[in-house]
Structure formats: C-alpha cells, structure tokens
Design a protein around this ligand. Sequence first.
Ligand code: 13P
Ligand code: SF4
Length: 394
Amino acid sequence: MTTSPELELMPGVEPTPLALLMLGRQRDPESERGVDCPGELPAASDPTLVERARAAKAALGDRVFVLGHHYQRDEVIQFADVTGDSFKLAQQAAARPEAEFIVFCGVHFMAESADILTGSDQAVLLPDLAAGCSMADMAAFDQVEECWDVLREAGVADVTVPVTYMNSSAAIKAFTGRHGGTVCTSSNAKRALEWAYAQGAKVLFMPDQHLGRNTAVRELGLTLEDCVVYDPHKPGGGLTVQQLQDAKMVLWKGHCSVHGRFTVDAVREVRERVPGINVLVHPECRHEVVEAADLVGSTEFIIRALEGAPAGSAWAIGTELNLVRRLAKEHPDKTVVFLEKTVCFCSTMDRIDLPHLVWTLESLVDGVVPNRITVEAETARYAKAALDQMLALP
Ligand code: 13P
Ligand code: SF4
C-alpha cells in the first residue's frame, strides 16, 4: 500500500483509513468528507459542558441556528433549534437567511446541501469533519461519469433521468442537475420517481439500491425484474447492453451500513416474542425486510407513526439506534424495541458529540469560524438545480 502525503501520520507508519476515521484527524481524499479535526476539544468528562454550550449559544443569540438530525445523540439534540430528517433540515436551512452561522449536527452531505441552499454570507459548520456517510462514499464522481458513458454506449442515456438520494456528495448532485435530474430523500422518493418517469423512460438511482428498489417496486408498481443493479467496480457495471436497454430502473450498487444489517429473521423473531407487535422500518432496509415489515417510512414518518399510535401498542423499529432509544423514552406508554440486536449506532452520525458542539460554539463566540463546509461555485450551481427540483416536487 502506498501512503499519500495527506494520509501520513508519522514517518514509517502507514495509517489505514479506519484508524484515521477513529482518530478524527488528517484527510481521506477518497471520501466524500475530510477527516481533519483542528482545534483542542474539551474533555468529554468536563462536568460543565452543558453549561458551556448553553452559555455560548446564548452569547451568539440569533446569529447561530443549530440543526439536529434525528440520529444525533441526545446530548447534542438538546441544543438543536430544529430537529428533522434530511428533507426537513434542508428546508429549514434554506428558510433561515438571517442566521449568520448554521451549525449542522448531522453528516457531511447534509451540511453540503445546507451550504448550497443558503446565502454566501452564511457559514455552514459541521462540528466534526469526520462525520461522513459510508453510503455516500459508495458513489464517486468519476464512477458516476463512467456509468453515464456506459448508458450512452448502450444508447439509453437520452431517455434516462438521474435521481440522486440526498446521501451523496455535492459533485454527484451537480452531475444530476447537469443531466436534468432531481435529488430525493426518503420522505419524497415516490414523488421524485413519479416526476422522473414523467421526464424519461428510465431512471438511474444513486447511491442507495434499497431505497430505489423499495420505492420503485412497492410504490410505483414496477417489478423486481424491471430493476438492474449497476456495480461500479465491474466493467460495464456488470450488465449487458440488453439488460440496460430492458431495465426501467438502474440501481447503483450502494447501501447503508446500518440499515442494510436488519434481517427478516429479526422480524420473525420479534413477532414470535411480542405477539401483535408492529414492525416499522426505514426504506434503506433491504427489500425482503421491508416486505416483512408492517410499515415503512423516513425518520420523520417513524416519529409521526409513534406519536399517533395508541397507548399500550408495541413497536419494533428498524432504524438508527439513537432515534429508537429516544422514541422509547418519549413513549413510556408504548412498548418500543430495537429490531435487531446486532445493529448499532451510525458511527459517523455519532461523531458529533457535546465536546465538538461546545468547541464549535465557543470558537464562534471567540470570532473563529471552525469546520466551515463550502461547495465550489460551479458544483454548487448545478447541485442547487437538482436540490431546487426536489424542493419543488408536487
Ligand atoms: P432521512 O432521510 O430519513 O433523514 O434519513 C437520512 C439517513 O441518513 C438515513 O440513514
Ligand atoms: Fe449514512 Fe447510513 Fe449513517 Fe444514514 S445511517 S448517515 S445512510 S451510514
């Protein structure tokens, strides 16, 4: 293995990207996010952290707006001005032109989208730059360009509309904007696909094959045979020209390392253990898991379903653990269990902790703007076209 200068920690030591991610230091040029974390963080054991965050936020007043994704830790969520799924947070970022600083407690692709949707006089900050998304990293810009060439050679690029899940780099959203497509989230994927099929006969859905398949088959009435999986690591995506010509849905071979772990066995097991339990999962879960569940929906949908559920009802939830634990705490009159024993937190979402938030807020109070996320102007222009298309979906 060769070590690039960016990856070098100390002479003679070849760090692995995993080690770098754990340390939250240095840069990984192969990833959608950097992993540099400059500055001195307060100790996690500091008993005054809550007080310090409160004081820094109060000192900043309306100059700062804190967004918190539902998968964030409780210690961070308590300081969010708004909590939401990725769609709601994108809307909220766009709706705050008066905030000088948007502190995004979520992951890198969400902060990039917020930067694209906010004014140039506003700074979007990600408290820990190592908070990326392994799914977003599964689609690199060059691979997507190559895929489009494959579609062109198969004679189908002209009738293909790219639809990109929010969980993707700004460069891929820009690709989508340049080719007349749209971004989507798990709460509007159905509407995004309906819109796309009104523009062209075929959709290239990136990077989450499961959200693409689940939406196409369960909500638009396509068959599993209408869908093919494009593997960016195989020549021609591992597909024949005939397969590409016949497919209505070309799914990128990407998945969520958290949601991809829920199993049909876990659904069966919880139904046996708790008769009458409702199984509710996120659409990033595999197709067979979604089929075995009772309900499927985005994080915002999951929260609303629990709010509307009668006291005494029982729920097994297949999504990120921070959210499931919070739901269990907020609904003591209902039984709320985590669907799978072997699945854990989203490790990158979890990187944003109270020390990082305190460090970010106190830096702002001191006049330093840390960890600003900026998307280069040309990329931002085309990515914004795809994001605006999403925000305008009927
Ligand atoms: P939502 O769109 O439901 O917020 O999900 C984002 C995400 O990263 C799910 O893994
Ligand atoms: Fe990415 Fe999955 Fe984490 Fe969501 S839960 S941020 S898709 S790795």
